[in-house]
Design a binder for this molecule. Structure first.
Ligand code: NAD
Length: 479
């Protein structure tokens, strides 16, 4: 049994109420550990520690703050194998994905913002007889709440800029995948992060998470997760006038035109549909293909998808592992049933998979491609967040745009074309925070990241994240 504890004031402590939740291994469906079921008392202790640590952390010379954050980055990389195994054990993703994507990116988040803090500058504005300058100061204690799909990667995507900007943090990882956040505590201590600067409280969203959102001393909350929870957080935080960054769900379109580079498009579309079992907020789950290449694409795509191996997350030969939880497994399968009821044709997949031996109880789903569903049906409107995509032909640019924009979400979209005029029109008219043209998931950490419509408000990344975690004050000097 792996028993996790909260990380408060640099120490690992049991939850105040003494209660724990089961932690499951999705590959086997078995409980392998316990995590604190924390509540307001634990959050209170974390806020007290963060408040006490704040003045010294905010006043620390930038080079020293940089060195500590850089040390955390190095510490993550030094434990790459252990962290990748822990991430896979917790989430069902393949170890190879965790090793090549999740954990290196978590290290890079710290490295990137360690450097950013050295270069961050504010503006000044001159007018005759006066000079105004902008002071950007850390907020104090801030909250970070993250989801299960990219556990350490998204947790650190919040914590690193918050700390770089001079704040102290109370963070809560997903209760479904808490293990690597727990291990981060040890790494922070080893890197010399002063006690109380980062505090990690484990537990359920409506209890520990909500206690963070409600706490009057927490000045800002950076949240990544479902649109439903984001709306609840906004409802609580708005009357308290907290700064909020909400990175929410998606239902992203892939628009494929006949003039694209076909092979590159095909391989990338397989990845953008099914990487991490389709559990990336940026996965393209609605694939629209120009009619002249639709039949060719359908045949090739389905062949590629059927060739992907779903298997033991520890096996380097597995392309897909397990989905994250029994709850999510049931949800994804219920959407596949719904797609059938709505008149969709299952071109491949469409079922749970039973693997042999100790994996027999694991939560595996065959990658699924559905054809023949109209834009207005629930399968095309609601986020499934699993290995399920729909495909459909289109005839004109106008139709492709209308399909892409015809959902309540607007996180990312992917466009495959070599037509420059079309590219510029779609880049301007697609309702999404991120537009990829002839690529997918290519991330420069300096660029703004976030969604429109029900995919959220606010932007992460680069200076956007640094500024979110600071209060802006204008000072005008005359005479
Ligand atoms: P979730 O909303 O259920 O949970 C996310 C986090 O919020 C967890 O830590 C959870 O404990 C906490 N939480 C839940 N309810 C809360 C409440 N009332 N108050 C405070 N905290 C609360 O989401 P999930 O199922 O963990 O993650 C999947 C979702 O995340 C999908 O919708 C996916 O699209 C989204 N996501 C978005 C992005 C993005 O950048 N936009 C990235 C990754 C995932």
């Amino acid at each position: 049994m792996v028993i996790l504890q909260n990380f408060i004031n640099g120490q690992f402590v049991a939850p105040a109420g003494g209660q724990y939740l089961d932690n499951y291994n999705p590959a086997t469906g078995q409980v392998y550990g316990k995590i604190p079921d924390s509540g307001p008392e634990d959050v209170e202790a974390a806020v007290a520690a963060a408040t006490a640590a704040f003045p010294a952390w905010a006043a620390m010379p930038l080079e020293q703050r940089h060195d500590i954050l850089r040390g955390i980055s190095d510490g993550i990389l030094a434990k790459l194998d252990h962290l990748a195994e822990a991430e896979s054990l917790d989430s069902g993703k393949t170890i190879s994905t965790a090793r090549s994507v999740d954990i290196p990116r978590a290290a890079l988040n710290f490295k990137f913002f360690a450097t950013a803090l050295l270069h961050f500058a504010s503006e000044s504005h001159q007018m005759p007889g006066a000079l105004s300058y902008t002071l950007r100061q850390p907020l104090g204690v801030v909250g970070g709440i993250s989801p299960w799909n990219l556990p350490l990667y998204l947790f650190t995507w919040k914590i690193a800029p918050a700390l770089a900007a001079g704040n102290c943090v109370v963070g809560k990882p997903s209760e479904v995948t808490p293990y690597t956040a727990y291990l981060l505590g040890e790494i922070c201590n080893a890197a010399g992060l002063p006690p109380g600067v980062l505090n990690i409280v484990h537990g359920l969203g409506p209890c520990a998470g909500e206690a963070i959102v409600r706490h009057p001393q927490i000045k800002a909350v950076s949240f990544t997760g479902s649109t439903r929870a984001g709306a609840e957080i906004a409802r609580i935080a708005a009357p308290m006038f907290k700064k909020l960054s909400l990175e929410l769900g998606g239902k992203n379109p892939n628009l494929i035109f006949a003039d694209c580079d076909y092979e590159q498009m095909l391989q990338t579309t397989v990845a953008s549909s099914f990487n991490n079992q389709g559990q990336i907020c940026l996965c393209g789950s609605r694939i629209y293909v120009e009619r002249s290449i639709y039949d060719r694409f359908k045949k090739d795509f389905v062949e590629c998808v059927q060739a992907m191996r779903v298997g033991d997350p520890a096996d380097p030969g597995s392309r897909l592992g397990a989905v994250v939880s029994k709850l999510h497994f049931d949800k994804v399968l219920s959407y596949i049933d719904l797609a059938r009821e709505e008149g969709g044709t299952i071109l491949c997949g469409g079922t749970a998979l039973s693997l042999p031996g100790p994996l027999a109880g694991g939560w595996y789903i065959a990658p699924t491609v559905v054809e023949g569903l109209p834009i207005g049906c629930r399968s095309n409107q609601e986020e499934i967040f699993g290995p399920v995509v729909t495909i459909q032909p289109f005839d004109t640019d106008d139709e492709a745009l209308a399909l892409a924009n015809g959902v309540p979400y607007g996180l990312s979209s992917t466009l495959w074309t070599n037509n420059l005029r079309r590219t510029q029109r779609f880049a301007a008219e697609l309702q999404a925070g991120i537009v990829w043209v002839n690529c997918w998931l290519l991330r420069d950490l300096r660029t703004p990241f976030g969604g429109v419509k029900q995919s959220g408000v606010g932007r992460e990344g680069g200076w956007e994240a640094m500024r979110f975690f600071m209060e802006t004050k204008n000072v005008t000097l005359a005479g």
